[in-house]
Design a protein around this ligand. Structure first.
Ligand code: 5GP
Length: 144
């Protein structure tokens, strides 16, 4: 999928938001929903998505939705820092399949990094659901 196209209501993140597909929830407010990436590139790889949006990517999003989204990203990133004590944090976001995007509901990745630990493959193996839930609880406990 290129940058152009129409929003697909059946995308996996829309299903997560509607409660049709389970997710290891980290945080939710009126604007954003945050949950563990099921195919993590590092321990604690977390996603933040806008709840009331039909934007496929960053370019399509309304400013009034983008602002609380990025504030939510900072809030969750700070909680990840406190909970998991990473040496660094990648915050990334892909637009269009050639850029690496695979799910077409706007989302931001927060990927904790540790010295000497290589980044896992994008679209790699699926994590254990109970491990994801445990990580989500640890991060959620540190949301300020
Ligand atoms: P993108 O490639 O579009 O930037 O990121 C989509 C992300 O969603 C990927 O990192 C992928 O691992 C994650 N993902 C795909 N399917 C699911 C799912 O069913 N549940 C969760 N929690 N994450 C998913």
């Amino acid at each position: 999928m290129s940058l152009d196209g129409t929003y697909d209501e059946a995308n996996i993140f829309a299903k997560i938001l509607r409660g049709e597909v389970p997710a290891a929830k980290v945080f939710e407010d009126e604007h954003v929903f945050s949950f563990m990436d099921a195919f993590p590139q590092s321990k604690g790889h977390t996603l933040v998505i806008p709840k009331h949006s039909r934007a496929r990517n960053y370019l399509e999003e309304e400013p009034q939705i983008l602002a609380p989204l990025m504030l939510g990203v900072q809030r969750v990133a700070r909680a990840i820092r406190t909970a998991l004590k990473p040496d660094g944090l990648m915050i990334s976001q892909f637009n269009g399949a050639p850029a690496g995007q695979t799910v077409f509901h706007l989302h931001v990745h927060i990927i904790p990094r540790w010295d000497g630990v290589a980044l896992g493959r994008h679209g790699g193996g699926m994590a254990d659901v109970n491990e994801l839930k445990a990580l989500a609880s640890r991060i959620a406990a540190n949301i300020a």
